[in-house]
Design a protein around this ligand. Sequence first.
Ligand SMILES: [Zn+2]
Length: 267
Amino acid sequence: MPELPEVETIKRDLESIIVGKKIKDVEVKRAKIIKELSVENFIKRVQNQEIKGISRRGKMLILKFSNQYLVVHLRMTGQIIYGDKQQESKVAFRLSDGKYLNFLDRRVMGEIRLINNWQELPFIQKMGPEPLEKEFSLEKFQEILRGKKAQIKPLLMDQSFIAGIGNLYAAEILFRAKVSPLCPADSLNSAEVREIYLAIKEVLREGIKYRGSSVNTYRDAYGKKGNFAQRLHVYNRAGQPCFKCGTLIKKIDLGGRGTYFCPTCQK
Ligand SMILES: [Zn+2]
């Protein structure tokens, strides 16, 4: 499932490819992906819109038109790939350069919305801070942690707590911070809080640097795999030795999600 580093990679790719181009037409093969509007209305309103810019909030990709926004949520298996039209496209945007922006989605759980003001979307209003922004300081992290009794891993994945972190990066962040995913947030000491804070910034930045992790279906805007999957320490490594201490990586179920950690390194 694409998380902050994957969506940020797509955003940066698209910035250099499609800003300034127009959407000439749209073909919608799976109507359920288009939210809020009827497909007919959606197509009418998207036609001839110029792409003015691209941004990201949490795991959402936001295309800016003159006076509306296209908000794309990739969810589990969504992909946005620029190039020739693809057979499997669920939604295909034809651009003014003759190429296509293909929205592919094997499990068809992705969501596309055309709205006047993306900040007004309820799930965006509820979203926690952007972890790579300057405003996300250690003090801010300490402040939002205060009084939280939840276990740290599900808390890190809660989009209303911090935006953009999912199962894979939460596991890697906690390995880096040497904290067990099972730790209740209110039991962490100030050194542990600081380690988690630093690991959030470091691991997400590395994820972006290596263009995201393609453990499953993630591809960048050119349809290529990211390189971060080869750098994972715990995620998807159950039964394999920890790179630091040799203990076998453990996988448990935590809040319905497969959770990987080193029982020796993470206390
Ligand atoms: Zn270890």
